[in-house]
Design a protein. Structure first.
Lengths: 247, 336
């Protein structure tokens, strides 16, 4: 039996997938979710083989939800219209359904997924897609993290600095940090370069949180932040920072 | 033009006659002299004007104008003397006076012709400037119209395709509702297409259009979306630019629905004052996770731009937040 979950904020949009799924007796619908929070919970609980996922949803979008999952389940995206997303889907051979879609198109997508699964085993391309996906505009303003079963949205203004930590990064806010499985270069790319600067191989700092730059010993410098934290600067990081601050 | 021209010369005839009379020339001779001199000058000046209309020497050839002026002044003075000599052939004292006044006549003619040339040059320049200004205005108006049309054509494909998806879902389970939604969507689209951006409509009409939009969105989002519209009697008949509120409500719905998890109430409130229509649109948002400065997307920028193009004012659209409510306020001046 194949386990499936539907995640879409519009009830009628979920309804039509449910209707089409009813003809596939080999697939069991475990749960319908109306947002990414419910989605994460349902996926952790049911461990579905396949999810049907909308992109534009309240609070966190479809991609942000997938980032919180490990392992990432196989996904068939359902979306109304998004040129950039479609290009990325095609590039990574991930199937997508453009709303509105008919039953034949839906059946074809499910069939394609079944074939891929029998060929590649449990492998799927979703994880690479999330890595390479062009970011939605709202993602420049927030970072979504998961702490156990708790999902938290950090507005980028609240970030003090980001530190590399093996496969993860530590995102430091005023008095604590959150872990997220992402690379430093991802954040360097996503965050506004006018506000965030990579000052070290392992550190990205928000410029307006810096109060002071001082010499720690004769060749290295550190940045002192508003919350008292100290961030080391590499030699190039120090000169980049001087340039940005105009000193 | 002819009148001004004519009276100008008549005034000069009188001035010259008076001067000549003062210089001890009898009135009769003074008048004949003044009339003939100025008539000849008129003809010359007119000839200059006509030729310059078709032949306009450029700046490098200014000396040409000078030579032309001197030549013409000479011709004027000479022909005037010839004519006067014919008329007063029997008066030796007048003939003597003609000979003596020759150089003076030449100078007078030259000054007069130069003066006329300068005046006609200035007039031409002014006319040209006027035409340039008009052309510039026309071009700007065209640009403005094109921009306004552009700002209007913003039916979100997302909205359209998602609505069609909802209809597709309803067809299977609740065909009557599907049919109703098709009518609503059609009416809405028709309303969007037919309206002229420059046109003013009553608030009542605009609200009818907005209600269609809200009804469609309510079908899509189910119980999550509610609306509350309040307006006073007088405001219903006040005018505003067609489809102005549409993108604001669109923005409010999007902001409300995608920034919160719970139910969303969109409040539209219209109040009339003596000379303006004040409308506020409210939606909930989450102040913990989003800073509203990012909430003004394309929707509100285009509204701001439209208001500026129509009223030349930048203070008609304002956004504020209180607690977790985002408020967009629009003011429409009514003295049109």
């Amino acid at each position: 039996m194949i386990k499936a979950v539907i995640i879409d904020d519009e009830p009628l949009a979920r309804g039509i997938i449910k209707e089409y799924l009813a003809h596939h007796t080999e697939i069991e619908l475990m749960q319908e979710c109306s947002d990414g929070f419910e989605g994460v919970k349902a996926i952790m609980q049911h461990q579905p083989d396949l999810i049907f996922l909308d992109i534009q949803m309240p609070k966190i979008n479809g991609f942000e939800m997938l980032e919180l999952l490990d392992p990432v389940p196989a996904v068939i995206f359902t979306t109304a219209f998004d040129e950039y997303a479609i290009k990325a889907f095609e590039a990574h051979a991930i199937d997508y359904l453009l709303k509105p879609f008919g039953k034949e198109r839906f059946d074809k997508a499910v069939q394609k997924w079944t074939q891929q699964k029998s060929q590649n085993g449990a492998d799927n391309n979703t994880a690479t897609l999330i890595e390479k996906m062009p970011r939605q505009p709202e993602e420049q303003h927030r970072v979504v993290v998961k702490n156990g079963a708790n999902i938290q949205i950090i507005p980028v203004q609240d970030i003090f600095y980001i530190e590399a930590y093996d496969d993860y990064v530590k995102i430091f806010t005023k008095d604590k940090y959150q872990l997220k499985k992402k690379t430093m270069s991802h954040f360097e790319e996503v965050l506004d370069p006018k506000e965030f600067l990579r000052v070290h191989r392992s550190f990205i700092v928000q410029l307006q949180q810096i109060t002071k730059v001082e010499q720690s010993d004769k060749s290295t410098h550190i940045a002192l932040l508003k919350n008292g934290a100290k961030v080391p600067l590499s030699r190039t990081g120090y000169s980049k920072l001087k340039e940005v601050l105009g000193v | 033009m002819i009148l001004t021209y004519g009276s100008w010369w008549i005034i000069w005839i009188f001035i010259q006659a008076w001067v000549l009379n003062n210089l001890a020339l009898p009135w009769k001779e003074a008048f004949v002299d003044a009339t003939i001199s100025n008539l000849v000058l008129t003809l010359c000046a007119y000839a200059t004007e006509i030729t310059s209309r078709y032949y306009n020497p450029n700046k490098q050839r200014a000396w040409f104008r000078f030579v032309w002026g001197i030549g013409l002044a000479y011709v004027c003075a000479f022909s005037t003397e010839l004519i006067l000599a014919q008329i007063f052939a029997d008066q030796p004292s007048f003939l003597l006076y003609l000979v003596k006044s020759g150089p003076l006549r030449f100078i007078y003619s030259f000054l007069m012709i130069s003066f006329m040339a300068v005046i006609s040059y200035l007039l031409r320049q002014m006319k040209e400037e006027e035409e340039n200004k008009n052309r510039k205005n026309d071009a700007q108006n065209l640009l403005r119209e094109a921009e306004l049309t552009n700002l209007r054509q913003q039916i979100q494909p997302h909205f359209l395709f998602n609505s069609l998806n909802s209809i597709s879902a309803l067809v299977g389970t609740r065909p009557e509702e599907a049919r109703k939604m098709i009518y609503q969507l059609s009416d809405f689209l028709r309303g969007t297409l037919k309206k002229d951006e420059q046109q003013l409509v009553s608030l009542n009409e605009e609200l009818e259009h907005l209600k269609l939009y809200l009804e469609i969105e309510k079908v899509r989002f189910g119980h999550r979306l509610q609306s509350d519209i309040q307006c006073d009697e007088k405001s219903m008949h006040m005018k505003l630019p067609a489809l102005l509120l549409q993108p604001i409500v669109e923005n409010a719905i999007k902001f409300g629905l995608y920034d919160t998890i719970g139910d969303v109430v969109i409040k539209i409130d219209a109040r009339s004052t003596n000379n303006s229509l004040n409308i506020t649109i409210e939606n909930p948002f989450d102040s913990d996770t989003s800073k509203p400065k990012h909430g003004t997307g394309f929707g509100l920028n285009s509204v701001q731009r439209r208001l500026y193009l129509l009223y030349a004012r930048n203070d008609l659209l304002n956004t504020t937040t209180t607690n977790n409510i985002f408020i967009t306020a629009v003011k429409i001046p009514q003295s049109l």
